[in-house]
Design a protein around this ligand. Structure first.
Ligand code: SAM
Length: 305
């Protein structure tokens, strides 16, 4: 991958010794840095460089090809939002598919819903799953739910084989579109997601930052408006350790029973949540609705037509 050719591939900085700096051609001219207490794991899988380090203020950090995937301190702001935004927007989700998401955090979040009967996950890189189980037990705990089936393989190929109308919701928890996740941002992939969903089913995909990647987001929006005949919306959350401190999601529904993403019809039950691994840290119904409000510059480009 591009990251692997980069002299900063693992992000261990020669600029500030003892710090990790996230240097990438995807965000030229800036690099967020974290102080490293200890490197816990470094490996190279068939697909990417994998590293885990203990940071001094964000807990343990998972890095793929020099790019931060999650930290123990702020993963809640991503995992809860990418999962609860779609699942709280439809009544009684039963079958859910996760593409990517090898760390297991999205599984942990889906498991909060008692209506869910089946959870499939297709992650390309087994090393991510193994490393997460070893170093991030509070995230990988998602794998312990008996409703989960793990498929190791390419999400693009997996979706092509899914019978039409199988899932109520698909969550695409991918890395950036450089490396193995590239195709997960392209039109044919969105077409197979739409086919795999039942009428009125929903998809939520990681959709980058309005500060850094408006061009990528505009392309995704154009493709999604052609493919998903229900609704197409961009929502966002703050994640301090992601480039520019925020990340967005595309939320779309297929033609069928209408889905109004801004007004959750399936609010998550407090009592149900207390039985889960841990209470929600970030998500609530107010933040759900607020997540769809866009700054004016973004609204002009990707707001409702
Ligand atoms: N859950 C994380 C967080 O909290 O930010 C986000 C990223 S998750 C680790 C992204 C995963 O997508 C990686 O484990 C990567 O291996 C996986 N992935 C990338 N391309 C893929 C593909 N084509 N099919 C399936 N999984 C893929």
């Amino acid at each position: 991958t591009e990251g692997a050719k980069d002299p900063h591939a693992n992000g261990l900085s020669s600029v500030i010794p003892g710090w990790f700096s996230e240097i990438s051609s995807m965000w030229p001219g800036e690099a967020h840095s974290l102080k490293v207490e200890k490197i816990l794991f470094q490996g190279k899988s068939e697909y990417q460089n994998v590293m885990v380090f203990q940071s001094s203020t964000y807990g343990k950090v998972l890095v793929l090809d020099g790019v931060i995937q999650l930290t123990e301190r702020d993963e809640c702001a991503y995992q809860e939002m990418i999962t609860q935004l779609p699942l709280c927007s439809i009544p009684n989700p039963k079958k859910v598919l996760v593409i990517g998401g090898g760390d297991g955090g999205v599984l942990r979040e889906i498991a909060r819903h008692s209506s869910v009967e089946k959870i499939d996950i297709c992650e390309i890189d087994k090393m991510v799953v193994d490393v997460s189980k070893q170093y991030f037990p509070d995230v990988a705990v998602g794998y312990e739910d008996p409703r989960v089936t793990l498929h190791i393989g390419d999400g693009v190929a997996f979706l092509k084989k899914v019978p039409e109308g199988t899932y109520d919701a698909v969550i695409v928890d991918s890395s950036d579109p450089i490396g193995p996740a590239q195709e997960l941002f392209e039109k044919p992939f969105f077409q197979s997601v739409a086919k795999a969903l039942r009428p009125g089913g929903v998809v939520c995909t990681q959709a980058e930052s309005i500060w850094l990647h408006m061009d990528i987001i505009e392309d995704i929006v154009v493709n999604c408006r052609q493919i998903f005949k229900g609704s197409v919306n961009y929502a966002w959350t703050t994640v301090p350790t992601y480039p520019s401190g925020m990340i967005g999601f595309m939320l779309c529904s297929t033609e069928g029973p209408p889905v109004d993403f801004k007004h959750p019809v399936n609010p998550i039950d407090e009592k149900e949540c207390q039985k889960s691994v841990r209470p929600l840290k970030f998500y609530n119904s107010e933040i759900h609705t607020a997540a769809f409000c866009l700054p004016s510059f973004a609204k002009r480009k990707i707001g409702p037509k």
